[in-house]
Design a protein around this ligand. Structure first.
Ligand code: FES
Ligand SMILES: [Fe+2]
Length: 389
């Protein structure tokens, strides 16, 4: 964001601080609990949302150089994401073009070639088929037409994005991000690297994870000792950028910002900035580093949650890991406090205690998020009201 916008946001944060009851909206709203557990709802999300939108596969630093690769499951498809010998990022179906064995077994590493362990067909890092043992036995196979199946990817804003087949290019990614891309570009994430990645499967719906980053209402209660001492939770506010959201979570230090001359005030000194990239990615900016949260759906009530700190490139090597380790431990503790609650909420759905949840005015960003989900599933229209608010 530019300097004028930073100052405008600081002014808004101060307005919220001075009038703690300043509402984000004047009405509460309802969301049906069906949307967190119905198999039909989940299938519609896979089809209408995850199947059609760009998806962040890895941060660029997770493929640190030519030949680097990671493997992953992505909505039922095994992917091999890598850099070729020129450093260009690719995503391939991780399936041999002979008889389909999984080509690369390891979760990550560096390879000059990928060799299938079944009959040793060998592929270059750009996916082309390089060698067929006893090639004369395949008189009808043209190696040039038998490379790995490539999926469209774009490397931009520090990440490798898997693109939909129908909208595969950089212009499509920028169209999806809209003006939010300027915020992402300003973060300079390509100058950073991943620290302390953790992945866990939880028996929860993916939307609960996104919701947890969209309100501060729960901080004094759930995060009493961890995050709450650091934040002015009731001053949380947000802006929408198409389907994406940018939320501001002021810290306690906002109370002293007016003692600083206006020209010296810095937003990140007194607030976290939370970038919610629709549908399921959160990049939380904390002063000089980031927490990247991915809620990767595996089922209506099953989600792979990935937590990664994104720290300045080379800082672990130059300054040691101690500072980041301390930060990681506290940051992840807060996330696991949240995840435990989501697990209970998911069990709560099945009890039938609530056919709908009620969202208070401080939880208005959740409503906005659900409306965006609804727009993708049902077209235009006020989603939360669809649930009977
Ligand atoms: S299945 Fe890979 S070489 Fe045969
Ligand atoms: Fe939380």
């Amino acid at each position: 964001m530019d300097r004028d916008e930073e100052l405008r946001i600081l002014d808004r944060a101060l307005a919220h601080l001075h009038d703690k009851r300043l509402p984000l909206t004047d009405a509460d709203s309802r969301v049906s609990t069906d949307r967190y557990q119905s198999p039909d709802w989940y299938r519609a999300e896979l089809d209408q949302i995850f199947g059609r939108l760009p998806s962040m596969l890895v941060h660029g630093s997770e493929l640190p150089g030519p030949g680097a690769f990671v493997t992953m499951e992505h909505f039922g498809r095994p992917l091999l994401v890598n850099r070729d010998r020129d450093g260009v990022a690719h995503a391939f179906l991780n399936a041999c073009r002979h008889r389909g064995a999984r080509l690369e077994q390891d979760p990550s590493g560096v390879r000059k070639h990928f060799t299938c362990r079944y009959h040793a067909w060998r592929y270059d890092t750009d996916g082309s088929l390089a060698t067929i043992p006893s090639a004369h036995c395949f008189p009808g196979v043209d190696p040039a037409k038998r490379g790995l199946v490539a999926l469209p990817v774009v490397e931009a804003y520090g990440f490798v994005w898997l693109m939909p087949e129908a909208a595969p290019g950089r212009a499509d990614l920028d169209g999806f991000l809209g003006s939010f891309r300027h915020d992402l570009a300003d973060l300079g994430l390509d100058g950073f690297e991943i620290y302390g990645a953790e992945s866990q499967e939880w028996e929860i719906n993916w939307k609960l994870v996104v919701e947890g980053t969209l309100e501060g209402y729960h901080f004094p209660f759930l995060h009493t000792k961890s995050a709450n001492p650091l934040f002015e939770n009731s001053t949380f506010f947000f802006d929408g950028f198409g389907p994406h959201l940018r939320s501001i979570l002021p810290k306690r230090s906002i109370n002293f910002v007016e003692r600083t001359p206006r020209e010296e005030r810095r937003l990140l000194a007194v607030a976290n900035v939370i970038h919610t990239i629709f549908p399921n990615e959160t990049v939380l900016h904390q002063s000089d580093h980031f927490l990247w949260i991915t809620a990767h759906p595996l089922g209506p009530a099953r989600t792979l949650v990935k937590l990664r700190l994104i720290v300045p490139r080379g800082s672990v090597e130059s300054d040691g890991a101690e500072r980041w380790e301390e930060n990681r431990a506290l940051t992840y503790q807060v996330q696991y406090e949240d995840l435990e609650i989501y697990r209970e909420i998911q069990i709560g759905f099945a009890t039938g205690a609530n056919e709908e949840h009620v969202l208070g005015t401080q939880e208005f960003a959740l409503r906005t998020f659900h409306e965006t989900v609804d727009r993708h599933l049902f077209g235009a229209g006020p989603g939360a009201q669809r649930d009977g608010a």
